[in-house]
Design a protein around this ligand. Sequence first.
Ligand code: SF4
Ligand code: SF4
Length: 184
Amino acid sequence: MNPELNQFIERYTELEREVQQLVTGLCNSLCSQCTQICCRADICEEAIQSPFLRLINKRTDLDSDAYGFLTPTGCGIDIGRPTVCYEYFCYDHLYHQLDETHEKVMKVLGALPAHATHNALGDAPLSEILQEEKLEQVDFQTLEKNLDECFQALEIIKTFYDEETLSDNADRVLDRITFSEEDI
Ligand code: SF4
Ligand code: SF4
């Protein structure tokens, strides 16, 4: 594998694990009682249609045509989920945030995997490049810059959840993170 792609995947995987841990902590209590789960097989399919995500999740088929990767205990993909799976928060989650700052921080946290992969080839995100050979042609300089911005934002977000404070430069760092606003 191209060493730049390999290095990006290692750093992206580290980012996704941290985002997943924090998002799970924020969402688990509501999602585990939800009667209208928003996971859908067509969203799960993105995880096997994307050569980039496949390199991470190592999946080639859905576990079930009806439920995709959804299991009774949550998502069956350990790592390498579609970025929208982190970026989407239903109204209930937004409603239960303490204030606008908590809502903003949660939304930026969920947007980190999408931000890390945006503008990989022109304006196409890495996870939407469907021809494997094109992964070699992506703009690794932009992708590394995206990741640097994500890890800086992640540090601020972790401090916020630990100490309930935002540093002086927090808005500047958090506002760099873009939203894909993909509908689900
Ligand atoms: S994000 Fe909202 S709709 Fe989706 S499973 Fe969780 S509580 Fe249910
Ligand atoms: S979180 Fe997992 S089960 Fe839910 S839509 Fe995403 S890939 Fe599918």
